[in-house]
Design a protein around this ligand. Structure first.
Ligand SMILES: [Zn+2]
Length: 134
């Protein structure tokens, strides 16, 4: 049966991981949480990197979704303003031109954002390949 990691199963794992990430010495952590130094060393080498990667991925995904939602909302609002400015009873060419310029900016932003995401996905694949190779 594989040995259970005393830190992975520790109720204060988040706090311990946090201390490890900010660079507190293994010896100090083991003393503070009444753990063996070997357990801290093992956990830091074998379990911490994967967890950090997961946290980064989750945060990245949440941020991406949020930005996309905000862009979509802005886009809907801008289209509504453009429609209003083209209303025959209330025609406003000046506003229409300004709105079109805004929409162009938004499309540009969306395109750049998509490119960034594709790049990030590509980098992730390269990293995965490197991990397999090494
Ligand atoms: Zn562990």
């Amino acid at each position: 049966m594989p040995r259970v990691c005393t830190i992975c199963t520790h109720p204060d794992r988040d706090l311990i991981d946090h201390d490890l990430v900010i660079g507190i010495a293994n010896r100090r952590i083991s003393a503070q949480w009444h753990l063996s130094e070997a357990a801290v060393r093992r956990h830091k080498a074998d379990h911490l990197p994967e967890r950090l990667q997961q946290a980064h991925k989750q945060r990245y995904t949440a941020e991406t979704v949020d930005i996309q939602q905000q862009l979509t909302r802005l886009n809907i609002e801008t289209w509504a303003i453009l429609k209003e400015s083209r209303d025959p009873a209330n025609r406003d060419n000046d506003l229409a031109l300004k709105t079109v310029a805004r929409l162009e900016k938004q499309i540009e932003l969306q395109a750049r954002f998509q490119k960034d995401q594709e790049l990030e996905e590509l980098m992730r694949r390269v990293e995965a390949l490197e991990t397999i190779r090494s």
